[in-house]
Design a binder for this molecule. Structure first.
Ligand SMILES: [Zn+2]
Length: 286
């Protein structure tokens, strides 16, 4: 995922490369010999482009990478009719060219990038992903999911309906179509989506169709709102496994929509109250 930052003013040399698609002289770029752990970002907009772990020494005179950060780099046919140009997916700044089939590394890919198109940020990049689950009263789902290692925050809120910025009253009494849901922010290096989703299925009853536990109503139905194809595939795989075990799963698998944070008094409800959820509990299913 790219982070959009302000477009930076460019020096004449940066403009010659990034805007006018020029090439810096080989063996002159200041990032050619950079070997530290870190992230290469777009000089113009700051979007993360490459990890240091994908950099290799090709001997060609420009920084070389055999992989990009997912979704960060666009490939287009070069005007010369032969090569493939690479651009920053966020600001469309020129990076260089990509070459396939040279057998430098196992991935058989070389992103040949101008130093002048990038900045280097040393150190580990903080990774963060989000997932949205609806499994009845959000107080209980939040309570259990925030206990998992690698989970940074769990926020209670509303999603999947029609009204913008709905209130608890809107969702409960005005038929907005929203689900009570939680948005989990997690570090994918510590906990993966599959672990989160398995826990989600084990802390509520995914077979109940009209709500959850004693909470009956559309806003209490079970659903996973996926943010990408991987989350969707993992969720569908887990549902198939539960169905093979004889569970008749009611959980809907839906594309994520805007997530609206609930009112403050709904956040950390059980932690503040110092009691256990009435509506959820852990039952091993996998
Ligand atoms: Zn950019």
């Amino acid at each position: 995922m790219t982070t959009t930052q302000d477009i930076k003013p460019l020096t004449p040399e940066e403009k010659r490369v990034i805007i006018d698609k020029g090439t810096e002289a080989p063996f002159t770029g200041d990032l050619l010999k950079e070997k530290r752990e870190g992230t290469y970002v777009c000089r113009q907009c700051g979007a993360a482009l490459y990890h240091s772990s994908d950099k290799f020494d090709s001997g060609c005179g420009w920084p070389s990478f055999d992989d990009e950060i997912e979704g960060a780099v666009l490939r287009v046919p070069d005007k010369d009719g032969r090569r493939t140009e690479i651009l920053c997916a966020n600001c469309k700044g020129h990076l260089g060219h990509v070459f396939l089939g040279e057998r430098f590394t196992e991935k058989n890919t070389r992103h040949c990038v101008n130093s002048v198109s990038m900045d280097f940020i040393p150190g580990k990049l903080e990774l963060e992903e989000t997932a949205i689950f609806a499994g009845g009263c959000f107080w209980g789902v939040e309570y259990y999911l925030q206990k998992l290692d690698g989970v940074k925050t769990v926020v209670s809120g509303y999603t999947g309906g029609k009204t913008e910025n709905p209130s608890y009253q809107d969702v409960s009494y005005r038929n907005t179509g929203h689900y009570e849901a939680v948005e989990v922010t997690y570090d994918p290096a510590v906990v993966d989506f599959e672990t989160l989703a398995k826990t989600f299925f084990e802390i509520h009853d995914p077979t109940q169709t009209n709500g959850q536990g004693p909470d009956i109503g559309k806003q209490y139905r079970s659903a996973v709102f996926y943010r990408n194809e991987e989350q969707k595939a993992v969720t569908e795989k887990l549902i198939r496994r539960l169905e093979e075990k004889g569970y008749k799963i009611a959980t809907k698998v839906l594309p994520a929509k805007t997530f609206y944070e609930a009112e403050d008094y709904h956040q950390d409800y059980y932690v503040k109250k110092g009691s256990l959820p009435y509506c959820h509990g852990y039952v091993k299913k996998f």
